[in-house]
Design a protein around this ligand. Structure first.
Ligand SMILES: [Zn+2]
Ligand SMILES: [Zn+2]
Length: 287
């Protein structure tokens, strides 16, 4: 039994709907899937229903963009209570930041004599968590760029003229947010962000796991992080980081996390939920 715990849909910058994603998961024989859209949990209820109808176990999830000491860290949250008020109000705040960033990028494009309208980006995104890929798609659709790659190369990549730095929440704040909603916090694709130097500190602050298996991790990279997981007693997770058809071939199912890691993740979530419920409920389980 295998799982893919890092997936995106059109509730952020992926192209698949939750239903399409679940049906791909079924074709690849996945036993469990999580949906980890950027700064949102909005797609989770639909993904849960889609997984249920395909006979796939669903784990609630999100991917928060955070930072520690100026280093960008993506934190995956798993198993959160999707009705948690603090979680919902904070992700709404992150989404407002994303929407403002779109307006700023469009303003920069306009100053470069590219008359893209912000509405065109929001229309393509049609979600509350828009990002650079949506701006790229809008640029292609309006005929200002020939391809998504061109849009990034000319305008949107870091330090290109329409790039706007993202303001990020601190990694500690992001982990607290996940924890108080009953979830576990996992560092996403450490091999991409060069985060090794901050790992001890972030573990000290409550990191629960590390994404050892990822499409962009080589076998040696995965092995390196498996050793770190062992050293710091962290959960091991993995996922394809599929964004649908954004970059050609869909990646869902290409990373196959052995199911025993999902079992461990679920026990950790259960532990956290019990701790949040407090000693009262442990003493009086019938209440
Ligand atoms: Zn990421
Ligand atoms: Zn991702």
């Amino acid at each position: 039994m295998v799982a893919d715990l890092h997936l995106h849909t059109n509730f952020s910058d992926g192209t698949f709907s939750p239903e399409e994603l679940a049906s791909h998961g079924k074709r690849h024989g996945l036993a469990a899937m999580s949906l980890t859209d950027h700064d949102t949990v909005e797609g989770c209820p639909r993904m849960a229903a889609a997984c249920a109808s395909e006979g796939i176990e669903f784990i609630s999830g999100t991917e928060l963009t955070a930072e520690l000491k100026g280093i960008e860290v993506h934190l995956l949250g798993y198993g959160m209570d999707l009705e948690n008020k603090k979680l919902l109000s904070e992700v709404a705040r992150f989404q407002a930041v994303r929407q403002n960033r779109i307006h700023e990028m469009v303003a920069r494009l306009n100053r470069l004599n590219v008359p893209l309208r912000a509405e065109a980006v929001f229309e393509i995104a049609s979600c509350r968590s828009p990002g650079r890929p949506h701006v790229a798609r809008a640029l292609v659709k309006a005929g200002f760029c020939g391809s998504l790659d061109e849009a990034f190369e000319r305008f949107l990549k870091v330090n290109r003229p329409a790039w706007v730095p993202k303001c990020k929440v601190s990694a500690l704040e992001a982990m607290n947010l996940i924890h108080q909603a009953g979830g576990v916090a996992v560092m996403a694709h450490p091999g991409l962000n060069r985060t090794d130097e901050i790992i001890p500190e972030i573990v000290e602050a409550g990191l629960d796991g590390i994404e050892c298996f990822h499409t962009k991790h080589s076998t040696a990279t995965s092995h390196h992080y498996l050793q770190m997981a062992d050293q710091f007693h962290l959960l091991v997770t993995g996922g394809s980081d599929c964004h649908g058809l954004n970059k050609g071939k869909p990646l869902v199912g290409t990373v196959r996390l052995p199911y025993h890691h999902v079992e461990k993740l679920k026990s950790k979530v259960a532990e956290r939920r019990a701790a949040l419920a407090g000693p009262q409920s442990a003493l009086h389980p019938s209440h």
